[in-house]
Design a protein around this ligand. Structure first.
Ligand code: CUA
Length: 364
């Protein structure tokens, strides 16, 4: 056999042996999802094998020529209860287990670092609060809770990282959120998992999980200011500051320390000032009028891009929040270790913001 052929054979063997049935397990969630998945596979096996065996055994045992005609059974309460209660128990186990995983996946832990994602036909754009922007590549640090705040510029996409067992739809007109905590450094597939047009299958990328110190260095290298400072520029550029002033003289509500707080509306409802509320108040200001204000703000629909919107949202959040998500701590660049701080009120201003007057008069 020629040497080339031999090498080819060895390559083929290696290829065959390298046949992963599951993607890497690279997040805290993946362990939970896989456990449930294996339980479902085992359950399916037990029933499939049991039913197949029963078919074979009963077919042999009750062959036509050997047995007399069977007598019809009128009903059996015991039998009916058994085949109702046992499957009910099994499905409830699956339901409760899966619901627990769902709650885990959809509730980001307090203090999670935030990364914004904008999906568009056909690419992923990511914006880090430090100011880094990237396309189809997402850098994240190992061992940190990462909350993705995602929206779409056009149609529905879906953010899917198999190695994290993380998947969430990305919708136009609102923010959806998902979180994960990477547990293994490396490069992992990123897919769009919602058919979004002809190039859907090309809407792929890579998640790069880095050591904390490497990430810190990467995130702070070569940016021209934080995302919030870009948002502040937009805030001035679009004239928002004319009405949304940090004193009581503005025609619009004061937005300092707005994020994460309940807002009383003029129709008596109370809504939470989250990312989607901020976005809606810019795109469709008449939808929810803060109590005590008039419906006079023009819409910015079609004037502000999703990228600018993300920056504006980051700016409003940096102006202070109600502890929904305190600002992310910064790792020690030498050790890559994050300081452990007790829960305390976060700073009310972004690092590059002038401090508002200490006694902020309350808006009516
Ligand atoms: Cu985006 Cu499929």
């Amino acid at each position: 056999m020629s040497r080339a052929l031999k090498e080819l054979e060895q390559d083929g063997l290696r290829y065959m042996l390298n046949f992963p049935l599951l993607p890497d397990r690279a997040s805290t969630l993946s362990v939970h999802v896989d456990a449930l998945y294996f339980f479902l596979v085992a359950l399916t096996l037990v029933f499939s094998v049991g039913i197949a065996l029963a078919i074979v055994i009963l077919a042999i045992r009750y062959r036509r020529e050997r047995q007399p005609k069977p007598v019809p059974i009128e009903g059996s309460l015991v039998l009916e209860l058994t085949w109702t209660i046992i499957p009910l128990g099994i499905t409830m186990v699956i339901f409760i287990w899966a619901a627990a995983i769902y709650f885990y996946e959809t509730r980001p832990p307090r203090g999670a670092m935030e990364i914004y994602a904008v999906g568009k036909q056909w690419m992923w754009k990511f914006e880090h609060v430090e100011g880094q922007r990237e396309i189809n590549t997402l850098h994240v640090p190992i061992g940190r809770d990462v909350r993705m705040i995602m929206t779409s510029q056009d149609v529905i996409h879906s953010f899917f990282v198999p190695a994290f067992r993380t998947k969430a739809d990305v919708l136009p007109g609102r923010y959806t959120s998902v979180w994960f905590r990477p547990t293994k450094t490396g490069r992992y597939h990123l897919f769009c998992a919602e058919y979004c047009g002809t190039q859907h299958s090309g809407m792929i990328g890579e998640v790069v999980v880095m050591e904390a110190a490497d990430y810190q260095q990467w995130a702070q290298s070569g940016t021209d200011g934080s995302l919030a400072s870009a948002g502040e520029k937009n805030f001035q550029q679009y004239g928002c500051a004319m009405c949304h002033r940090s004193d009581t003289q503005g025609r619009g509500p004061n937005i300092v320390a707005l994020y994460g707080k309940p807002v009383l509306l003029d129709d008596g409802r109370t809504v939470l000032a989250d990312e989607t509320y901020i976005r809606e108040s810019i795109m469709n200001p008449g939808a929810k009028i803060a109590s005590g204000f008039k419906n006079i703000m023009p819409t910015f629909e079609g004037q502000i891009s999703e990228d600018e919107m993300v920056a504006l949202v980051a700016y409003v959040k940096a102006l202070g929040n109600g502890m929904a998500n305190p600002p992310a701590p910064v790792a020690n660049p030498d050790t890559g270790v994050y300081p452990v701080t007790p829960n305390k009120e976060p700073s009310m201003v972004a690092p590059n913001q002038p401090k508002p007057a200490p006694s902020q008069p309350k808006q009516k």
